[in-house]
Design a protein around this ligand. Sequence first.
Ligand code: C5P
Length: 221
Amino acid sequence: KKKLPLVNKKVLVTAGPTYEAIDPVRFIGNHSSGKMGFALADELASLGADVTLIAGPVALKSKYNSIKRIDVTSAADMLTACLDNFADADACVMCAAVADYTPAQVATQKIKKTEDHFNIELKKTTDILKTLGAQKRDDQVLVGFALETNNEELHAKEKLQKKNLDLIVLNSLNDSGAGFKSDTNKVTLIDRNLNKTVYDLKSKTEVAHDICLKVTQLLTK
Ligand code: C5P
């Protein structure tokens, strides 16, 4: 029997959206389903990796009991969970749709409907991927995602460099059947040397397989 390629490799995966509280009953969120990240975690586990899955609020379940799941709500929670687990990880695949902005203040009581116009002040969240990129060791592999609507490749390459990634997975909203809620995705992988591979539209399970092959190459080279 062939040995699984990722045995003894620890891989951290983030998945799903984050919810940023406005008050005790409301939040700012996004349409991320978590399907791509969960498919990645399943695929990595099937290759023998020791997977920790940091999941935003989603109702999904993993295929394997061996996957260690950490449920988080906000971008700040996700950052803490990532930092707690980063040093131990051989690879990190950051698939979550992390909020870029969060309310500057969280109201302690439910906000009343009084004003005709109402503003919520937002402040930037910490870019988790960039933070990890800045503390990455040479032996660690860091993978990010980019969802772009225009100048996709240029923006993805800029992110790869700015965040010190080994690989970026570009998914374009311009491709039908790709992105947020669907069960399919169409991706382009770009590595550190700016080598680019364009894939066909496939199920997220198959896309996860393609991404994990590349991650395996990066981890075992
Ligand atoms: O810069 P942008 O948000 O488009 O980058 C997307 C990538 O960065 C994704 O891999 C996402 O998981 C990650 N990210 C993050 N923390 C943020 C924002 C994005 O880890 N606050």
